[in-house]
Design a protein around this ligand. Sequence first.
Ligand SMILES: Cc1cc2nc3c(=O)[nH]c(=O)nc-3n(C[C@H](O)[C@H](O)[C@H](O)COP(=O)(O)OP(=O)(O)OC[C@H]3O[C@@H](n4cnc5c(N)ncnc54)[C@H](O)[C@@H]3O)c2cc1C
Length: 434
Amino acid sequence: MAWDFSTDPEFQETLDWIREFVDEEILPIEAISDELDQDQLDQLTAPLKAEVRRRNLWAAHLDPELGGQGMGQLKLGLMHEILGRTQEAPGVFGNQAPDSGNAELLAVGANEEQKEKWLWPLLDGQLRSCFSMTEAHVAGSDPTQIRTLAVRDGDEWVINGHKWFASNADIADFTILMAVTNPDAQPHRRAGMFVIPAGTPGMNIVRKPGTMSHPDSSPRKGRGGNHCEVIYEDARVPAENLIGQPGEGFVLAQKRLGGGRIHHAMRMLGVCQRAFDGMRERVVSRTSHGKVLSQHQLMQDMIAETAVDIETARLLTLKAAWTMDHTGASNSRAEIAMIKYYGAKVAMNVLDRAIQIHGSLGYTTDLPYEGMYRAARALRIADGADEVHKVSIARHFLRDAEPVEGWPSEHLPTRREAAVRKFQHLVELHTENL
Ligand SMILES: Cc1cc2nc3c(=O)[nH]c(=O)nc-3n(C[C@H](O)[C@H](O)[C@H](O)COP(=O)(O)OP(=O)(O)OC[C@H]3O[C@@H](n4cnc5c(N)ncnc54)[C@H](O)[C@@H]3O)c2cc1C
């Protein structure tokens, strides 16, 4: 019987190393991160990336033929739980969104020439990328509505449209853009995926809206994190920049998700665990009304709720990873939707409590929790709003629900009647109500 919550000792050693490396070498960067421009950050992280490569942990989410480890989602999940502890860690391990998802998409959809030009340098960390599907004027939750249009003109595609929330478009070397190629086809066959190199004439970044996590969208020293509004006006790309076939965009878009959502959820748990450590430290360090905070039952309630929240989200996520390893991504959709929605909810709850337990200090930028909270809020929207994931979950569980005529199956008088008939020959039962 295989039903095991343990980690094999050899992989635990790898996790122990990652934990120490993240906490000792990467986490301290946080304290000076805002002062660094991209070049300085690259300089600082280059030796760390080299060490990760030396240990064969670079871009571990990829299949071995792409230079990854093929270690499966469960192990990756455990690894990402540690990488989530600090925001620079995924980049140091070659697994930074949106590059990681884009690499997966190119690995599946790109031809050899495209891989040479875009995929290998992306995996190598020489290029940075952006993924652009969402548009300001149609619901991103229903991307069959996208309007950005790509029209074939000789050896080129001519692109017109209005995108936004193109994360990192301002610093990316190329954007993977989803645009309508077959306007008259069925909804999920209308769009294709294109590589748009930075600087393509007609691709205009018109604005970097301020957001909850970066209210001030002024230049951030060449660093990522902006969610750009981009207008395409007769932007031309060579025909060979189409990935796959016209109309294959939705199939390719699916390739970016799945595993990525597990990694995201586990990284969020890494953030939650850090906040929980801070909460535990605080409640045993401060007194109020004659007691250490930890002796107040309402504080104990917060600690207990947080422990249970983290544990449930962790088990749910690892179960989704296990399911994906055993049955594949398409059979794990409900599990993945559950963790996408539930992980974000737990993160909001835990970070809110971390702020509350620290009182006014928690509300200041002297502690990381307010920033973590603002950043985590995006998770309820990005990569599919909560409601859309709940719709998927409900659809999955309603799929084999059978309607009944008359009383529900659990109607107790009806069940009693059946039980009396079934057992009457063995025991004496009152039958006057039958
Ligand atoms: C931080 C961040 C980064 C992002 N990065 C990228 C990126 O790099 N590339 C990219 O293309 N996009 C990106 N996005 C956009 C993201 O994918 C969309 O915001 C998301 O898909 C929702 O689309 P929308 O914002 O248009 O909201 P809408 O689709 O307009 O939905 C608004 C609200 O309506 C409700 N709703 C919608 N549909 C349903 C339904 N079927 N049932 C019930 N309720 C529903 C939900 O409450 C939802 O929040 C990013 C978003 C954020 C916040």
